[in-house]
Design a protein around this ligand. Structure first.
Ligand code: HGY
Ligand code: MN
Ligand code: MN
Ligand code: MN
Length: 398
């Protein structure tokens, strides 16, 4: 039976990003399609019955599909230049857990599925957990279809090119009825387990988080021929907003990040006409107030340069407290493993509003995620798969 590390190794080169380092795998791009095909092969090799739902999430059933299933899984897409574990570890561990259970002669006595959610990172169309948000109706289907990628391609068009029917996208009650419990295993994105010295933890909560885009508009012009006093340069208020985001976050004990800032047209010798800044803000309760303050500052910084600022909300997620009964069941089963919060969003956070949901974390010795340094030791990966198998056997047994 393949170990988790070997299964992960099989997809290691897919979507390797030579320019950024790490991996770039975004919904329906070549790399992500290769990973989808790999997953379907692996699932079918295990005798699982595979189907893709109307929102392009993939479901692999162990036995007949049915309502009230025990479901586990995660995502295969990545952030730009991301690590190898965020997402794939949860999918591979689910396959490995099926192997472990089957090897001991276990057969689920209730419907059982492994799921791969689409576009969890929002790396192409800008909204995280797009597949699970569509499934639960947490995003308006028309809005989702109209989301554009950096090349201006709409998600609806991309769905059609992928062979899906965009007009069918949206809340899928039949699919939701099929989920009785959802458990997602994920590489830890932080240092909790390093400091606690164990390979596996159970999740307690997810921070509230949101994504806003701020467009600063000024006057494009020539870098050499335009006096400083004659400029309306949107890069100036954009730069001030980056620093203000950090200061506001520190003051509010929150987290604010500008990981994406796009000048247009982007020439070295060109004063930009617009600069788009994406704010990623997380906190335990102060997210919207923080962005309210930052929006006011953006307008002030813009006015000071004769520019304009427009703020739009791209996505928002409330704080998620995972199902306490299920969480306690898991910690009991796994022998009092640590219970840790996470600042990272997950599909499990979206599903938690609809079904009893839990998460397992596997130790990441670097504590770094969304970067090539993200890592999990092979033995810890195996410990995670065994823990997941134990949980699934309990939930799908009697
Ligand atoms: O952004 C997040 O927290 C998640 O990794 N999508
Ligand atoms: Mn991620
Ligand atoms: Mn993830
Ligand atoms: Mn010229």
């Amino acid at each position: 039976m393949a170990r988790v590390g070997e299964l992960l190794g099989a997809i290691d080169g897919v979507g390797a990003d030579r320019r950024r380092g790490g991996f770039s795998r975004h919904v329906f791009d070549d790399a992500e399609r290769q990973l989808r095909e790999w997953f379907v092969e692996q699932a079918q090799a295990r005798g699982l019955q595979v189907e893709t739902d109307r929102n392009t999430n993939i479901w692999a059933w162990w036995g007949e599909p049915g309502d009230g299933a025990v479901v586990t899984g995660s995502h295969l897409d990545s952030v730009p230049g991301g690590g190898a574990f965020d997402g794939p570890l949860g999918v591979v561990s689910a396959l490995s857990a099926v192997d472990l259970l089957r090897a001991k002669g276990f057969r689920p006595s209730r419907p059982f599925a492994v799921v791969v959610f689409a576009e969890e990172e929002g790396g192409r169309f800008g909204v995280p957990c797009l597949g699970s948000r569509l499934l639960t109706g947490t995003i308006d289907a028309d809005r989702a279809r109209g989301l554009r990628d950096p090349d201006g391609v709409e998600f609806g068009e991309a769905m059609r090119a992928f062979g899906a029917a965009p007009e069918r996208a949206g809340r899928d009650d039949a699919a939701l009825r099929r989920i009785g419990r959802f458990v997602e295993l994920h590489v830890e994105q932080g240092r909790g387990l390093i400091d606690l010295g164990g390979p596996v933890a159970v999740a307690s909560s997810i921070l509230e988080h949101g994504r806003w885009r701020v467009r600063f508009s000024g006057q494009g012009n020539h870098a050499g021929a335009t006096l400083i006093s004659d400029r309306s340069d949107p890069m100036i208020p954009a730069s001030r907003l980056v620093l203000a985001a950090r200061d506001v976050a520190q003051r509010c004990d929150g987290r604010a990040t500008v990981g994406r800032l796009v000048p247009n047209p982007g020439g070295t010798n060109v004063i930009p006409s617009t600069v788009d800044v994406w704010l990623d803000v997380r906190s335990s309760g102060a997210t919207r107030p923080m962005v309210h303050d930052l929006s006011g500052m953006a307008e002030e910084f813009a006015a000071a340069e004769g520019c304009r600022a427009e703020v739009s909300e791209e996505s928002y997620g409330d704080t998620v407290h995972f199902d306490a009964a299920l969480r306690d069941e898991l910690t009991g089963l796994l022998g009092d493993v640590p219970v840790l919060p996470t600042g990272a969003g997950h599909d499990a956070g979206i599903l938690a509003a609809e079904v009893p949901t839990a998460m397992l974390f596997v130790r990441n010795p670097t504590g770094i995620s969304h970067a090539p340094e993200e890592y999990a030791e092979p033995d810890d990966c195996d410990a995670g798969a065994h823990a997941l198998a134990r949980v699934l056997e309990h939930l799908a047994g009697s």
